[in-house]
Design a protein around this ligand. Structure first.
Ligand code: BG6
Length: 483
C-alpha cells in the first residue's frame, strides 16, 4: 500500500451536516427545514417528502443523534482522534426560522458560537457549509425554493449574518453543498434538498430541467454575492464551492461512449466552472439555447458571477460513474440517469454504491487540471451495516479497508502528481442520519451511536476499530496507513 506524509498543516478531520446530527429540530426558536419533512426510507424505498410535519410519520432528522445537546462529548472524541478540522453546516432555520425574517434568531447564533468555541479549544478548525440540504420549508412552500429570485436576497442575508458573527472563529467556508447534484433533475429528493423545489404532478422532463437551470443560476449568483461580501468582512476568509465529483468512465472505447462521457461530465462540471471562472461554459449555454430554455440571466448577474469567484474547490468523492451509449446517444443526453451503466470491474456497497479508490486520484488530477486551485476533500467514506460485539466493540475492518485505499490514492495524487490539497474530511465521522435514505443503520462513523432505523437506542457513543486506526493515520500525518 502506497503511503506518504502529507504537507505540514494538512487538515485531517471529518465532516457532518447540521440536519443529519443535531436533532432539536424545533428547539430554541428553530424553524422547519426541508429535511424536517422527510420520512425514513431504505435502500429500496425512497424517503417521502410530506406537506409539513404530519402525525404518525417517522422523521429521523427531528432527533438525529442529539448533537445539539451532546456536542461537547462528541467534539472531545474527535479531538482524541487528533482532528485538525471539523466540517459542519449552520442550519439556516436556526438563524432565520422561516428564511425571510429581517432579524436573526439569537439563540441559534449562540449555539454555533458555543460549538465553534468548543472546536477551537482543541485546536480544531471549523469548516462551515452555509447551505447543506436545509432550506427553510417556508421558502420551499411559499416561494418555490430557488426558482424564485428573492431567495438570492434571503440567502445573502443569512450568509452575511454568519460571516459577521463568526468572522474570528471560522476561516473556511463553503456556500452550497453538492450544488451539481441537481443535474439529476429527475430526482425529487435531490431537487428538494439542493434547491428547495417540489415538482408538481404532470411536469415534463423539460419543465423540470428548465426549473433546475433557473434555480442553479440563482444559487450561483447568491454564492458569488456571498463570496464577495465575505471577503469584505474578512479578507482572510477562504470561501469555496462544494461539488459532488464523480469521474466519468466510458463503458467501452467506442467514440459514442467516450463522447457521452464528455457530455455527461460537462453537464455536471459547469456548476463549478461558473464558481471558479465566473462565467458559463460555451457548451452549456449552447445546450440551454438548443433546448429552448430561457433562464432569467441578466447582464448584472454576469458581472456578479465574475466578481465572486471562489478560493478553493471543495468536493465529495464516493464513487465514479460509468456511462454507456447503449440507451442514449451523446446528442440526446438530457436525463443523466439514463446514461449510467454498471461498471463490471467494481465492487459495490450494500447500498449499491460502486467502490473505486483509483477514481479519487482521477478526480484530484482532473480538478487540478481544470481549475488550478487548491482542492479540499470534504466528504468520502463507506456507508455500511455495523455489528456490535458482545463486549461493545465494533470491528469495522471493511471501513478501514475502504479508507486506507482511498487515502493511499489521495497521497499518490499529492506526493506524485503534485496536487495542492488542503485536507481530508471523511463523511459522517460520527454515525448520523443518512441524507439519501434517512437511515441510522447506514453508518459511516469512527464513533458508533447506539440508535437504529426504528429510532431505538440510548444514543450512547462508543469507539469503533476505525477510530483507533484513523487516530494513527492522523498522528503519522498520513505516513502510517497500516491496519
Ligand atoms: C453527500 C451529502 O451526498 O453524501 C451528505 O453531502 C450525505 O449529506 C452523504 O449524507 C452520504 O450520502 P447518504 O445518502 O449515504 O447519507
Amino acid at each position: 500500500m502506497y503511503s506518504a506524509k502529507m504537507p505540514k498543516g494538512f487538515l485531517w478531520g471529518g465532516a457532518v451536516a447540521a440536519h443529519q446530527l443535531e436533532g432539536a429540530w424545533n428547539v430554541d426558536g428553530k424553524g422547519m427545514s426541508v429535511a424536517d419533512v422527510m420520512t425514513v426510507g431504505s435502500a429500496e424505498r425512497p424517503r417521502e417528502i410530506t406537506d409539513g410535519v404530519l402525525p404518525g410519520k417517522n422523521y429521523p432528522n427531528h432527533e438525529a443523534i442529539d448533537f445539539y445537546h451532546r456536542y461537547k462529548e462528541d467534539i472531545k472524541l474527535m479531538a482524541e482522534m487528533g482532528f485538525k478540522a471539523f466540517r459542519t453546516s449552520i442550519a439556516w432555520t436556526r438563524i432565520f426560522p422561516k428564511g425571510n425574517e429581517s432579524e436573526p434568531n439569537e439563540a441559534g447564533l449562540k449555539f454555533y458560537d458555543d460549538l465553534f468555541d468548543e472546536c477551537l479549544k482543541y485546536g480544531i478548525e471549523p469548516v462551515v457549509t452555509l447551505s447543506h440540504f436545509e432550506i427553510p420549508f417556508h421558502l420551499v412552500k411559499e416561494y418555490g425554493g430557488f426558482t424564485n429570485r428573492k431567495l438570492i436576497d434571503y440567502f445573502l442575508r443569512f450568509a452575511v449574518v454568519c460571516f459577521k458573527r463568526y468572522q474570528n472563529k471560522v476561516k473556511y467556508w463553503m456556500t452550497f453543498n453538492e450544488i451539481d447534484n441537481q443535474s439529476a433533475f429527475n430526482n425529487d429528493f435531490l431537487m428538494a434538498t439542493n434547491s428547495g423545489i417540489l415538482f408538481k404532478d404532470g411536469m415534463t422532463d423539460s419543465d423540470k430541467e428548465a426549473a433546475m437551470y433557473q434555480a442553479a443560476h440563482y444559487e450561483l449568483v447568491a454564492s458569488a454575492l456571498a463570496v464577495k461580501e465575505g471577503h469584505k468582512i474578512n479578507p482572510n476568509f477562504q470561501i469555496g464551492c462544494m461539488i459532488n465529483y464523480s469521474p466519468v468512465r466510458p463503458l467501452t472505447p467506442s467514440s459514442d461512449d467516450v463522447l457521452l462521457a464528455d457530455k455527461f461530465e460537462q453537464r455536471r462540471d459547469w456548476f463549478s466552472d461558473v464558481h471558479v471562472f465566473g462565467e458559463y461554459p460555451k457548451e452549456v449555454e449552447a445546450y440551454i439555447e438548443r433546448k429552448g430554455y430561457r433562464p432569467d440571466i441578466t447582464d448584472e448577474d454576469r458581472v456578479v458571477l465574475k466578481e465572486g469567484t471562489v478560493d478553493y474547490v471543495g468536493f465529495s468523492y464516493y464513487q465514479s460513474t460509468t456511462v454507456s451509449s447503449e440507451n442514449v446517444k451523446p446528442d440526446e443526453l438530457s436525463d443523466l440517469a439514463k446514461a449510467v451503466a454498471v461498471n463490471p470491474t467494481l465492487e459495490r456497497s450494500d447500498w449499491g454504491w460502486e467502490i473505486d479508490p483509483a477514481g479519487l486520484r482521477l478526480a484530484l488530477n482532473h480538478l487540478t487540471d481544470r481549475y488550478h486551485l487548491p482542492l479540499f476533500i470534504v466528504e468520502n467514506g463507506l456507508g455500511a451495516y455495523d455489528k456490535v460485539a458482545a463486549d461493545g466493540s465494533v470491528h469495522d475492518d471493511y471501513r478501514i479497508d475502504y479508507l486506507e485505499k482511498h487515502i493511499s490514492e489521495m497521497e499518490k495524487a499529492v506526493a506524485i502528481d503534485g496536487v495542492d490539497l488542503m485536507g481530508y474530511l471523511p463523511w459522517g465521522c460520527i454515525d448520523l442520519v443518512s441524507a439519501g435514505t434517512g437511515q441510522m443503520d447506514k453508518r459511516y462513523g469512527f464513533i458508533y451511536v447506539n440508535k437504529n432505523d426504528a429510532g431505538e437506542g440510548d444514543l450512547s457513543r462508543s469507539k469503533k476499530d476505525s477510530f483507533y486506526w484513523y487516530q494513527k493515520v492522523i498522528k503519522s500525518n498520513g505516513a502510517d496507513l497500516s491496519k
